[in-house]
Design a protein. Structure first.
Length: 368
């Protein structure tokens, strides 16, 4: 069928744009002689994760144990959980996964290490851990060198834990005002990550993996310094309105939400049938990812969602109102695609207006 025949709201993925995005990022990694380990929290679809590996990715990144379990059930065998894991029940699940796949995960404190050592007692394989380095995002990760040294000394004393390397996420690059500031933040983050990798070497722990990640620096094709072994972009597969603002074009946006015009109550107001439960209420208000409103109407100049209720999108634009009729369907480019994918049971892969395939979003809701 034609995609505009789909009932709405519906999550659409343009196959041709997506494939170009995938090939471009893989080529970028290959040119810089680093491994690509894409973060699949963006799409949450095992079939697309397998496609990323088929195109050259060494493995995948996930955010939660539940995502790792679903991906493993669907044939993914090399998974990194880019998050600190706390709780014996989650660690037991990782230990079970480790019996059949290669799986690693993050730590940044000895509390986590003590739990891991206890749970992995008697396991056939040691727990594979990477230490997260906080590089300016003001989220999780090691900040002080003294804490890092203490943690690595504790790792060396463990019999059930193996140090695999370090990782970082320069998410604050989203808030850079321009390309120059983004590059400065990126290089500062990478150099800090490499510094902590060097400290590990000096302590006799060889970091097999030095992993960095966030989409903007890689879309801007910044050079990857020697010493980095892998990159973990996620959003690049689909892109979104905020990432489009970084590179100055919406041409790379593969994902959109199809929605129906259901009301035109005033001379300038238009209502469609998707709201916060289908496009979120997210926006970005700082730096080069700044977005207008709550999503951009594809194919219409300077037309955005002005507000959302749970099941309604509100648009104020007289020109747009005069161009559409009740019953017409339009597409919204979301501000942030990652949480949007998590709201849908299926995505529809399309090409040249035809629906090619319905893709289950099998990691949807896997928050534990």
């Amino acid at each position: 069928m034609k995609y505009f025949e789909l009932d709405t709201p519906a999550l659409l993925i343009d196959r041709d744009i997506m494939m170009e995005n995938l090939r471009s990022m893989q080529n970028y990694a290959d040119i810089h002689n680093v491994q690509l380990r894409p973060h699949t929290k963006t799409h949450k679809m095992p079939k697309l994760a397998r496609l990323q590996e088929d195109l050259g990715a060494i493995g995948i990144t996930v955010a939660k144990v539940g995502e790792a379990e679903v991906m493993a059930e669907n044939g993914l065998k090399n998974i990194f959980i880019a998050n600190e894991i706390v709780g014996k029940s989650k660690l037991e699940r990782i230990k079970t996964l480790a019996e059949t796949i290669d799986i690693s995960f993050g730590i940044d404190h000895t509390f986590q290490l003590n739990q891991i050592e206890e749970v992995f007692e008697g396991a056939s394989k040691k727990a594979q851990v990477l230490v997260e380095i906080e590089v300016g995002e003001q989220r999780s990760g090691i900040i002080e060198e003294s804490d890092y040294i203490t943690l690595l000394e504790a790792v060396k004393a463990c019999k059930n834990v193996e140090f695999k390397g370090v990782f970082s996420h320069d998410g604050h690059s989203y808030k850079a005002e321009n390309v120059e500031e983004c590059k400065a933040l990126y290089l500062e983050s990478v150099n800090r990550t490499l510094h902590f990798a060097k400290l590990a070497e000096e302590m006799g722990l060889n970091p097999e993996v030095v992993s960095i990640g966030s989409t903007p620096p890689f879309m801007l094709k910044f050079k990857i310094p020697s010493g980095v072994t892998e990159i973990r972009p996620g959003t690049y597969i689909f892109m979104d309105a905020s990432q489009a603002n970084v590179i100055g074009t919406y041409d790379n946006c593969a994902a959109s939400v199809l929605t129906t015009v259901i009301s035109k109550p005033t001379n300038e107001r238009v209502i469609t049938d998707v709201g916060a439960k289908g496009i979120t209420a997210q926006s970005r208000s700082k730096g080069h990812t700044t977005t207008k409103g709550f999503g951009r109407i594809k194919g219409f100049s300077d037309t955005y969602i002005h507000g959302v209720f749970d099941e309604h999108a509100i648009i104020y634009n007289e020109e747009f109102r005069n161009q559409v009729n009740i019953g017409d369907k339009v597409e919204i480019i979301p501000n942030h695609i990652c949480p949007v994918c998590n709201l849908y049971e299926n995505a529809f892969l399309i090409s040249e207006s035809e629906v090619i395939e319905a893709l289950p979003v099998e990691c949807r809701g896997k928050l534990q």
